[in-house]
Ligand binder design. Structure first.
Ligand code: PLP
Length: 460
């Protein structure tokens, strides 16, 4: 188009009201939620940027497909449609439906993991790490060094450090490697893309040492957009063809369809190895359901089949990536320390740089999350030391590599004016930076503590 305004390539058919609240109301809500926005009710939130997971608006085509849902226990036609879309996209022979991504992870990493095993990834997503560590295995993150530098402008900051990968494989011995997992885009490290060149190098090393290579393909369409526009060799290749090429490099894939599946629930596991597939199918039946529904309704499977096609449409991807970067670029211009370049599904703020007066032990990311909610009713999530921090033997915090706050953008949900509002709230936060307190944790669970932890402000 000759104009610079990117319009949403859809119009609204059905609307959902937003409950408008006051700062005084939100102060009470947040205290009651123990300063953890995961514990807020959704009607206490005005703009919900907690996650892009399962929060997509479905299209009229998806809603129409839902009426075609075949709820047969075995041999559902809806499963046939979902399976055929996934087989066409991934090229893998065996596809297992799951109710969400972590169910696929539990099955495959439960099989490949166990005590003495090591997994290596560009960055393990939190549920990925939890499922691996739960089996007794260890999970090593090996992102390229630019990936953990908030100001680096490397075009593929999601890449895996291939030299380190090979070193770890040799040090641990190939037979002790559970799998190498490439997460595209790299959710936990700024939503940054992975290049095809990097995926090819990872594949080559895995094949050389006969190590299993799994693609965590939650955001493979968004990643394909970045490859087309940043990696010269793919300038004239279609988005879906780019995704297919990347799948061809791996031995299997796990997907949370709640992301680039454009649905509210669902996932899958796909593999090329028959023996692995058969064992996984048995595990699937025990906890998820029979192999032709795996915890999904027929109607869910119809919506996934349509969503996985819509997500590769050029107009959709253009709008998706450009509208995310619109928010990021505007914040960047206001000197808010955003992770640069802007990723696909979210804008990440470096909270440590935003609140330099708050020590890491007092979780500056949690401070920013609480301020965004108090001032503007915006819900975001900390992806720093609350989510990824550990303790050493003496109980001292081993912080995460970065103290980030994620503003995840639900797909096809918010309009330009919602985003303009978010930008205005940030202007207010900039003006009051100095008075903001840090937080301490008063209650936490041993795994995935960020979901349920209680906090309180640290007042000197
Ligand atoms: C969301 C996500 C998962 C887990 O999927 P769920 O559907 O939430 O269980 C795994 N990996 C990545 C990269 C994700 O973003």
């Amino acid at each position: 188009m000759p104009f610079k305004t990117i319009i949403e390539p859809f119009k609204i058919k059905s609307v959902e009201p937003i409950a408008i609240s006051t700062e005084a109301e939100r102060t009470a809500y947040l205290e009651k939620a123990n300063y953890n926005p995961f514990r807020l009710q959704s009607d206490q939130v005005m703009i919900d940027l907690l996650t892009d997971s399962g929060t997509s608006a479905m299209s009229s085509r998806q809603w129409a497909a839902i009426m075609e849902g075949d709820e047969a226990y075995a041999g559902s036609n809806s499963w046939k449609r979902m399976e055929s879309v996934i087989k066409d996209l991934t090229g893998f022979t065996f596809v297992l439906p799951t109710h969400q991504g972590r169910a696929a992870e539990r099955i495959i990493y439960g099989l490949l993991g166990g005590k003495g095993k090591t997994f290596i990834s560009n960055t393990h997503f939190d549920t990925t790490r939890a499922n691996i560590e739960f089996t007794g295995a260890e999970a090593i993150d090996a992102p390229i060094k630019e990936g953990v530098e908030p100001t680096s402008t490397h075009p593929f900051k999601g890449n895996l450090d291939v030299d380190r990968l090979e070193k770890i494989i040799l040090e641990k011995k190939p037979e002790n490697i559970g799998a190498v997992i490439l997460t595209v885009t790299n959710n936990s490290s700024g939503g940054q893309p992975v290049s095809m060149e990097n995926a090819e190098a990872v594949s080559r090393i895995c094949r050389k040492h006969q190590v299993i290579f799994i693609l965590d393909c939650c955001r493979i369409a968004e990643n394909s957009y970045f490859i087309k526009h940043r990696e010269k060799a793919y300038r004239n290749t279609g988005y879906k063809e780019i995704a297919k090429k990347m799948f061809s490099l791996a031995d299997g894939a796990v997907m949370s369809a709640k992301k680039d599946g454009l649905v509210n629930m669902g996932g899958f596991l796909a593999v090329s190895d028959k023996k692995i597939a058969e064992t996984c199918k048995n595990l699937l039946i025990i906890t998820e359901g029979y192999t032709t529904y795996g915890g999904l309704s027929g109607r869910d499977m119809e919506a996934i089949a349509v969503g996985l096609e819509e997500v590769f449409e050029a107009d959709y991807l253009e709008y998706r990536i450009k509208s995310t970067s619109f928010l990021g670029e505007r914040l960047h211009r206001m000197n808010i320390p955003v992770v640069y370049p802007i990723g696909g599904h979210a804008v990440y703020i470096d909270a440590r740089a935003f609140y330099p007066h708050i020590p890491v032990e007092q979780y500056p990311g949690q401070s920013l999350v609480c301020e965004l909610y108090l001032k503007g009713g915006i819900r975001s999530v900390e992806t720093g030391s609350v989510m990824f921090g550990k303790y050493d033997h003496s109980g001292k915090l081993i912080p995460a590599s970065m103290e980030l706050v994620r503003l995840a953008i639900p797909r096809r949900v918010y309009t330009q004016s919602h985003i303009e509002y978010v930008i205005e709230v940030f202007e207010a936060l900039l003006a009051e930076k100095q008075q903001v307190p840090g937080y301490r944790i008063t209650k936490e669970a041993p795994l995935l503590r960020h979901f349920t932890a209680h906090f309180e402000p640290v007042t000197q």
